[in-house]
Design a protein around this ligand. Sequence first.
Ligand code: EPU
Length: 366
Amino acid sequence: MKIEYNKDLTRLNTFGMKVSCACYVEFGSVGELAEIYKESEVRKFPQPFFHIGGGSNLLFTKDFSGTVFHSAIRFIRVCPRSGEQARAFPSGSVGEAAGSGCCEVEAGSGVLWDDFCSWCSDRGLWGPENLSGIPGEVGAAAVQNIGAYGVEVKDIVRKVRCFDVVTGEERWLSVKDCRYGYRDSVFKDTAKGRYVVTSVVFRLSENSGPRLDYGHVRKAVAEYAGTGPLTPSQVRKTILEIRNSKLPDPAVVGSAGSFFKNPVVPKSSYDIVENYAKGKYGQDYAVPHFDAGSGFVKIPAAWLIEQCGWKGYREGNAGVYENQPLVIVNATGNATPDEILALERRITDSVRNLFGITLHPEVEHI
Ligand code: EPU
């Protein structure tokens, strides 16, 4: 276990906010986590507690006065079928454990999400390839229900192993128990603060094949991979190329990915947007939107923000990414939380004033 006081968090949040926490604890096993939460021990750590993953979906709005916890539980293993021992699944040995076509793989919460995606693709296993390149770690992926290119992590999660901080015991949550929604789960809602995710079991497949129906993914894959049967690695590489062309690399420009959720609005609100667009661009113009069912429509926040003129905008050290206006960036590396918050407010206000639609942040504010 690693314990540090007055820890600088700049490198532990992809936005690059220069903030600190009173105490930082990294645990490497469920046993260490249980040790921390023992009644005699837990009082020694400054409150409140906050668990972070890769810090890639957070905006620290100021120094954190409590304890930040981080999982260093890092393993990936194929789950044994009944009567079998857990075994390694070496790179390239496609299918041994997946003989029947499906297998379950468990990954520790501290594994880098993209390392998990790469591990699966290297072994010819379908499942997370469309989610390649998303920053963050496995535990946070299961909390946040990360999603991209037509897939959400809930589609491949089988169950989640948690530590219950109230009872001090381990507990498995089925995918149903996790109550997944769009970037949402029980861990962000009624069970917030109660369960610490320690590992996740995924259901993967040797032969389920690619999911290419989102946007121009099919076309991009065809260009990249040519003809012949596709492999998970080919889809993964295509997705990484698409992402790199649209989203900033957090190692180069600080950001937390999509800053806002895509709003889901009643059809009547969408009609106002459509009237605006047809008035401005002509009757043939098609506003990007998706049917969300029950008379609701999902509109890309990126489009709404672009209409308000924010694409590529810079204000002091903060800015709006030029290729994807859904992403607020720490343009110089020196942006303060207040600069990001001020820009967030101005964007939200302008979209509300022009379209009557309120954007909600996807990024968690701490
Ligand atoms: N668009 C514009 N202008 C732009 C860019 C996009 O108008 O400059 C419009 C286009 O109509 C485009 C639409 O927005 O078709 C959707 O854009 P995109 O496919 O890039 O996806 P998104 O809705 O903006 C969501 C996720 C991303 C994920 C992508 C790809 C949310 C909040 N964001 O973005 O997730 O990578 O889909 O599947 O749901 C993240 O969560 O951090 C994240 C990056």
